[in-house]
Design a protein around this ligand. Structure first.
Ligand code: AVJ
Length: 355
């Protein structure tokens, strides 16, 4: 089970053949294809930059995904359990917003528990399209859902949803003329985007989902001590998750990072309202990646993740700028986490809208 890895594994390469009718259960890129090269390219580019950085989507190889699943169970990491509780408590109201016969697109093939809670409440959902960069994750998630929901058309799509991608053709309307396209983006993975990227993503989603809407999980600003603890757990699982990026480079790219010489450093930056995660060099060292050498000065950082937090009003304003009509919001009593229904309005439908 992969609680809320949705979206985080947001994809590493452009969807080259997405939407093409390829044989087999997963459309789009082949399992494992180009994985190494996209990671190599991003890491080399990120190491050449100043400050050095790597996109967080590369955390999620098999080991990183397993570590993320452990993060979701940590006592300090409140988002997953809070969002699951909100879904369990309010799925019926969310299903009311979504309406019958929905064609659901999940950004990230994440937790089957989350989509399971939603599907159980929906009135005859017609199709489920999980979109993820990893064909392996998609396949496993699709098998489980097909077993649980025999009448649901499960149509996994391997694509990078951080970029433009093509959805499968819209479903033909049934005799009531309904098949609203609805997005599901749980886990607050939207927090990995910069504000400009989030706006671009939401604009594209609003176009794709015209006539339907988007159900999105959003982590909230709160006591920095609570945020700090969530990314600095006592067992060191988040530190291992962060360092796994280096371990992955060693495994896949023949790099020679010394994991013990990079410190996990995560903190809340209250001006930009984001958690920053870094790997800070403990001393002067030289690393080789794909035959290229990079020197780290003592204290030099490799910036591995931003995780933006929002106020409810701030997120609604962002969604409105992107072309959604913000609707109901569900949040827990402690104000830790929120789920938003964003209506995508009913302008003329553009099948397979790209961009
Ligand atoms: C999957 C991006 C929502 O930012 O909380 C968890 C990833 N990083 N602990 C988050 C993460 C460190 C997670 N998201």
């Amino acid at each position: 089970m992969r609680p809320s890895a949705s979206g985080a594994r947001a994809a590493s390469r452009a969807a080259t053949s997405v939407g093409r009718a390829t044989p087999g259960p997963v459309r789009g890129v082949a399992p494992g294809a180009e994985h190494g090269s996209a990671f190599a390219e991003a890491l080399l580019e990120g190491l050449a930059g100043q400050p050095r950085s790597v996109p967080p989507k590369f955390f999620y190889d098999a080991a990183g995904s397993a570590l993320f699943d452990r993060i979701c169970e940590l006592p300090e990491y409140y988002p997953t359990r809070t969002e699951l509780a909100l879904l369990a408590a309010h799925a019926d109201e969310m299903a009311q917003c979504i309406g019958p016969a929905a064609d659901i697109v999940e950004f990230g093939a994440g937790s089957s528990r989350k989509i399971g809670l939603l599907l159980a409440a929906l009135d005859h959902p017609r199709r489920f399209v999980p979109v993820d960069i990893s064909a392996e994750h998609l396949h496993a998630a699709a098998q489980r859902l097909r077993a649980e929901h025999p009448s649901l058309d499960v149509h996994p799509l391997a694509a990078d949803f951080t970029r433009a991608f093509a959805l499968p053709p819209p479903l033909a309307s049934d005799r009531h003329g309904r098949a609203p396209r609805v997005g599901f983006f749980p886990g607050s993975s939207i927090g990995n985007f910069t504000p400009a990227e989030a706006l671009r993503f939401l604009r594209r989603a609003a176009r794709m989902l015209r006539g339907g809407g988007l159900l999105v999980g959003v982590d909230l600003v709160k006591d920095p001590a609570v945020l700090h603890a969530a990314y600095n757990d006592a067992q060191g699982v988040t530190a291992a998750f962060n360092r796994n990026l280096l371990a992955r480079a060693n495994r896949e790219l023949g790099a020679d990072f010394d994991l013990d010489r990079f410190a996990h450093y995560a903190f809340y930056e209250p001006v930009r309202q984001r958690i920053e995660m870094h790997l800070v060099s403990l001393g002067r060292q030289r690393v080789s990646v794909c035959g290229r050498r990079f020197d780290f000065a003592p204290g030099e950082t490799l910036h591995t993740e931003n995780s933006y937090k929002f106020t409810v009003e701030g997120f609604r304003a962002l969604a409105a700028r992107a072309g959604f009509v913000p609707g109901p919001v569900w949040r827990d009593r402690a104000g830790l986490f929120s789920i938003h229904w964003l209506d995508a309005g009913s302008a003329p439908h553009r099948p397979n809208a790209i961009g």
